[in-house]
Design a binder for this molecule. Structure first.
Ligand code: MLT
Length: 264
């Protein structure tokens, strides 16, 4: 693990392999190890950079409220520190929100996008209220209830009953998340911008992947992104819910590897 200091916040990241850079951003409430399978699969051909977004994993949590736009600025600062001008940038769910914000702010630094189990729309009013409730509960009681409530939305029922390894990895990641960091990210997600208008402006190759049974960012959201992003490919993975890169790691890795290998 390496670290970079961004205005007083230490951001932890792994930088593995060499060659064309690929930056992968985790979802909520996870950390950079969400991408372990992808790092293993890509590292012999590419340079894979996986940060812990601020508030998560081994990165610091900022005192002041954070935003999705700020998380994207952190990624740009990390690229500066690593002397990377342009990169492929991918993210799952909240990571995808950060990817879209990154493109909006720094399009010239992106050569391709990967949008996994994510969506461009902001929260509904009801969604925002749920975030506030979840935030209060996390700050009061910690992450256990969130882990319990989220699990059936993250993995398919089949994977929950037959893949104890996946259940444990997800559970451990959520329980390892700092309540203050999760609380800050909930506020950031609740106040995130609508990126629907950005989609037709995306002018780089884009791979969109979603689990067929994703209840949090359903297939329709990915279809919308595919319809509006000109140079995009949509792949719906069977037998996967929200963390499709975990549940169908082999297929996900194959897609990612061939997508990046074909980039000019
Ligand atoms: C995630 O996986 O990052 C979250 O489910 C996204 C969200 O809550 O909107």
């Amino acid at each position: 693990m390496a670290q970079v200091n961004i205005d007083g916040i230490n951001l932890a990241f792994d930088d593995t392999g060499s060659g064309r850079p690929v930056i992968l951003l985790h979802g909520y409430p996870f950390n950079r190890t969400l991408w372990d399978d992808q790092v293993s699969a890509l590292k012999d051909h590419f340079r894979v950079i996986t940060p812990d977004l601020r508030g998560f994993g081994e990165s610091d949590t900022s005192e002041e409220p954070t935003t999705i736009a700020r998380m994207a600025q952190d990624v740009a600062r990390l690229m500066d520190a690593l002397d990377i001008q342009r990169s492929t940038i991918g993210g799952l769910s909240m990571g995808g929100y950060v990817v879209l914000s990154f493109y909006k702010q720094f399009a010239e630094r992106v050569d391709a996008l990967v949008l996994a189990d994510t969506r461009p729309q902001p929260d509904t009013e009801e969604g925002k209220q749920l975030r506030l409730k979840q935030r209060e509960q996390i700050l009061r009681y910690g992450m256990a209830e969130t882990a319990h409530a989220m699990l059936p939305k993250l993995l398919t029922p089949e994977n929950i009953s037959t893949r104890p390894d996946l259940v444990k990895r997800i559970h451990d990641m959520i329980m390892g998340t700092k309540p203050a960091g999760a609380a800050a990210a909930l506020m950031a997600m609740a106040s995130r911008e609508d990126q629907t208008e950005l989609l037709p402006k995306i002018a780089v190759p884009t791979l969109i992947v979603v689990g067929r049974e994703d209840p949090l960012t359903p297939v329709g959201d990915s279809q919308l992104m595919h319809e509006r992003i000109a140079d995009s490919r949509l792949v719906v993975l069977e037998d996967a819910a929200h963390v499709s890169n975990f549940e169908q790691a082999k297929s996900f890795n194959g897609l990612l590897r061939s997508f990046v290998a074909k980039l000019k």
